[in-house]
Design a protein around this ligand. Structure first.
Ligand code: A3P
Length: 300
C-alpha cells in the first residue's frame, strides 16, 4: 500500500488509488485480501453498489425476498432483530479475514462496494449473480458527506467542510470513487451479461417498488407465485423494508461498534441534495456526470 498514490480523502486521512479507484485504507486491505483468496459458491448473489446509493434498502429487500419461504407460523424475519448489514455480509469487510462465522451458507446473499473491474476474478468467472444499485450523483454525494461527517464527529474529528468534500468528489476522489467509473463499470457489464447482472437505480425503485420487488425475485430465481401476490406477499416485503419501518426498529437505532446503526438511515428521499448544495454545485456535478456517461446509453 505504501507504494500507491495517495491524497487526503473525505474522511480527513489518506485515500489510496488502487486499480483506478480511491479507497479508505481499511477497506483497501480487505479488497486486496479477497481479490487473492475469495471463492464464491456458484449460487451466490451479490448486492453491489457505490456507498450511499441504497445498499441498506436493497440488502433488506433481497434478504426478505430470498428468505420469505423459511418463515412460517410465528417465525419472524431476522430483519426485525438484525441490521440489514448484519443479515447480508460485506465481502471486503466481514469476509476479508476468511471468518466463516459471518457467512450463512444456506443464504447465498453477500454484498460489496468493490468496482466491477476490481472484483475477485472468481466472482466474474463463476455463475454468481450481481444486483447493482446506483443513484443520482448529487444525492449520493450529500448522503456520503453526512455519513462521513457523523463518523468523524463520533471520532471527535472535525468533518471536512461540505464544499471541500464536494471538490474532491467532483475530482473523482471519494470512497470507491470515481463515482461515474463505478457506475459505468457495472452498467457496461450489465449490458454484456444481462443474465448475470441486474442494474437498478434508487429512483426507479422508489417510483415503482412493487415491480422491482417482483423483478428482484425473478432475477434471484424465486419468483412470487400468484397465490403469494394475491395474498399481499409483495406488499408485506415492501412495508417491512420501508425506510419508516426499518429506521424505527430498535436494532437499527442502536449503537454497535464501530458505528451507530442509525447512520444508515437519514432521510431516504430523492432530491434532498437541493437542500444542501447550491444550484451551481448541482449543475456542475450534473455536467460532469453527463460528460462521463456520454455514449454509454445510461442517464442518471
Ligand atoms: P440519504 O442519506 O439520502 O437519506 P446506503 O445504504 O448505500 O449506505 O445508502 C444510504 C441511503 O439510503 C441514505 O440516503 C438512507 O437514508 C437511505 N436508506 C436507508 N434505508 C432505506 C430504505 N429502507 N428505503 C429507502 N432509502 C433508504
Amino acid at each position: 500500500m505504501s507504494t500507491l498514490p495517495k491524497v487526503k480523502g473525505l474522511r480527513g486521512y489518506d485515500y489510496y488509488l488502487y486499480q483506478g479507484f480511491w479507497y479508505d485504507p481499511f477497506f483497501l486491505e480487505g479488497i486486496m485480501s479477497v481479490q487473492d483468496r475469495f471463492n464464491p459458491q456458484s449460487t451466490d448473489i451479490f448486492v453491489s453498489s457505490s456507498p450511499k446509493t441504497g445498499t441498506t434498502w436493497l440488502k433488506a429487500l433481497t434478504f426478505a425476498i430470498l428468505t420469505r419461504s423459511r418463515l412460517s407460523g410465528s417465525t419472524t424475519s431476522s430483519l426485525l432483530t438484525k441490521m440489514p448489514h448484519d443479515c447480508v455480509p460485506f465481502l471486503e469487510f466481514q469476509l476479508a479475514d476468511q471468518n466463516p462465522s459471518y457467512r450463512d451458507l444456506a443464504i447465498p446473499l453477500l454484498s460489496t462496494h468493490v468496482p466491477y473491474s476490481c472484483l475477485p476474478k472468481s466472482i466474474i468467472s463463476s455463475s454468481c449473480k450481481i444486483i447493482y444499485i446506483c443513484r443520482d450523483a448529487k444525492d449520493a454525494f450529500v448522503s456520503l458527506w453526512y455519513f462521513l461527517a457523523k463518523m468523524q464527529r463520533s471520532d471527535n474529528v472535525e468533518p471536512l467542510p461540505l464544499e471541500e468534500a464536494f471538490e474532491l468528489f467532483c475530482n473523482g476522489i471519494a470512497n470507491y470513487g470515481p463515482y461515474w467509473d463505478h457506475v459505468l463499470g457495472y452498467w457496461r457489464a450489465s449490458l454484456e451479461f444481462p443474465e448475470k447482472i441486474l442494474f437498478l437505480t434508487y429512483e426507479e425503485m422508489k417510483k415503482d417498488t412493487a415491480a422491482h420487488v417482483k423483478k428482484l425475485a425473478e432475477f434471484m430465481g424465486c419468483s412470487f407465485t400468484l397465490e403469494e401476490e394475491e395474498g399481499g406477499g409483495v406488499q408485506k416485503i415492501i412495508s417491512m423494508c420501508s425506510f419508516e419501518e426499518l429506521s424505527s426498529l430498535e436494532v437499527n437505532k442502536s449503537i454497535s461498534s464501530p458505528i451507530q446503526n442509525s447512520v444508515f438511515f437519514r432521510k431516504g428521499e430523492i432530491g434532498d441534495w437541493a437542500n444542501h448544495l447550491t444550484p451551481e454545485m448541482g449543475a456542475r456535478l450534473d455536467d460532469i456526470m453527463e460528460k462521463k456517461l456520454k455514449g454509454s446509453g445510461l442517464k442518471l
